[in-house]
Design a protein. Structure first.
Length: 94
């Protein structure tokens, strides 16, 4: 995408100085990525997902099958690429 912008010179030079990024394009792209990341983190915090990884007393203990049990999966072995595609397909459903 081509874009013409008018940006505060002092702000831009300060960003170049503290990051060491000389390229205007790279600096702008990094700033956009940082903004997206910051917004995603804020969204997760607002929705209460900041507690991910903390143990919940409400969840029952997990039950795992013994490694000696035969697999219930009857299909052909999947490659990593096939597994990735299946995960993406499942994620798109939700």
């Amino acid at each position: 995408m081509n874009l013409n912008l008018t940006i505060d010179d002092t702000l831009f030079r300060q960003a170049q100085h503290i990051t060491g990024i000389a390229s205007k394009r790279e600096l702008f792209e990094r700033a956009l990525r940082a903004l997206i990341t910051q917004s995603a983190v804020a969204s997760l915090q607002r929705t209460g997902l900041k507690n991910i990884g903390k143990v919940s007393e409400k969840l029952p203990p997990a039950e795992f099958e013994s490694p000696d049990m035969p697999s219930v999966y009857q299909g052909a072995p999947l490659s990593l690429a096939d597994m990735d595609a299946a995960v993406l397909a499942e994620a798109e459903k939700h």
